[in-house]
Every structure is written in C-alpha cells, then in structure tokens.
Design a protein. Structure first.
Length: 226
C-alpha cells in the first residue's frame, strides 16, 4: 500500500492560497451575514491550489434564487447564469457566474444525502473556517486524498484505502466508493457532457426556466416530487 507523500508549500504557494481564500471569504460574506450556509469547496478548502484554480461556492440549502442573485449583485456583476443537471438522477442546480473562474451554485431541489457528501469528499469550508485559515482533507479528481499539515499537505492514493478515506472525511464508505466509480468512469471514457445545460437570458428567472424544462424532462419532474 502506497505511503503518504509529504508536500511542503513554498512562500509563493502560501501567498496564492491566502489570496484565493481572501476572495472566497468576500464571496461568502453576504450569505454568512444572513445566516445562509455558503461553502467553498475543492482545492481552496484543502490547500493544493494552483494559479488556475477556480473559486466555486455552493449554497446547499439556499433561499429563492432571486434572493441569491440580489445578494450577489449588491457585491459584484453577474456575467451569466445557467441551469445544469449533470445526469438524470442528480439534482439540477442554478449556476451564477461572476467571472470565468468564479461561480455560485445552488440546488433547485433538495439535495440527497450522497449529493451533499460530494462536498465533503472534495473538501469544503464555510465562512468562519475561511476567516480562521482552516484547511480540511478532501479528494482530488485524480483520486488522491489531500490531508493538510502545518507545512503543507500529504498526498495518499485513495485506491485500496476507501474505508480509511471515508473515516478521514467523515462520510460513509458507500459515498467514497460511488465517487471513485464516477471519477474512474470519466477517466476511462472522458466527459460525455451533461444531461441539461441551459443558459438563461437576462430577462429570464431560474424558477420559470426550471418549470419549462421540467415539462419536457421527466427526470426533473420526478425530483420535484420527492
């Protein structure tokens, strides 16, 4: 079984991480002030960032999309909006982009437990954790477990350690195995696109467009009824 590889961050890496997390802190601030949970997830939560790293904010239990848009527009400019449903079985989400690599997402139906576990699998932090400089463990798209250390992080392959990985992340082993299968399938056949991707026009609202899509797409209607 592979041993963990120790990675020490350089001063420039610490500087990049701080800059990205400071930006994520500002992106989550208006929601935190209104007691709306907003999580930054992925490398920014774990620490293994790159200059090209995105900042993605998820609102797991959001208010109405119009409220979210109003809060975002009070701080910055929205560049474009879209509804994405990755597969027929997954929750459709509203995506609000403020730059090419900066976005907010919010489910348009309640997330199932395994969908919520995705954010723990990747690693996620809330506004107070960003403010306190807290990093958390999570798994990369290459199925490497990143575990933060004072000097940087350790990297451990998930393969063969699914149970230990689940324990580290605080989620069920079923969630880990499901995510491993998904990522391995993508690696083998590549991304095959998403089930639904609909860009909204400036005059359109998420609710109306979602209902239009649901009338034509039975999987959307089924999720609505759950």
């Amino acid at each position: 079984m592979a041993e963990a590889t120790e990675i020490h961050y350089t001063p420039s890496h610490w500087s990049l991480l701080k800059r990205l997390r400071d930006e994520a802190l500002e992106m989550t601030r208006p929601f935190h002030q209104r007691h709306i949970q907003a999580l930054a997830y992925g490398s920014i939560a774990r620490g293994d960032v790159k200059p090209t790293s995105d900042i993605d904010i998820i609102l797991p239990r959001p208010p109405a999309p119009a409220i979210v848009e109003t809060l975002i527009e009070a701080e910055t400019t929205i560049t474009h909006r879209e509804i994405i449903q990755a597969t027929p079985n997954y929750a459709a989400k509203a995506y609000i982009h403020t730059a090419e690599d900066r976005s907010y997402s919010l489910p348009l139906v309640p997330l199932r437990s395994h969908e919520r576990d995705f954010y723990s699998f990747a690693g996620s932090v809330n506004h107070p954790q960003l403010a306190e400089g807290i990093r958390v463990p999570g798994v990369t798209k290459n199925l490497t477990l990143i575990t933060p250390t004072p000097q940087g992080h350790t990297e451990t392959p998930v393969a063969g350690r699914e149970g230990a990985t689940a324990k580290t992340l605080g989620i069920g082993v079923t969630a880990v195995l499901d995510r491993v299968r998904t990522l391995r399938r993508r690696e083998k056949i590549g991304r095959t696109g998403v089930y639904i991707q609909r860009t909204l026009h400036p005059h359109e609202g998420f609710g109306d467009v979602y209902q239009q899509l649901a009338r034509r797409r039975p999987p959307l209607r089924r999720r609505q009824r759950e």
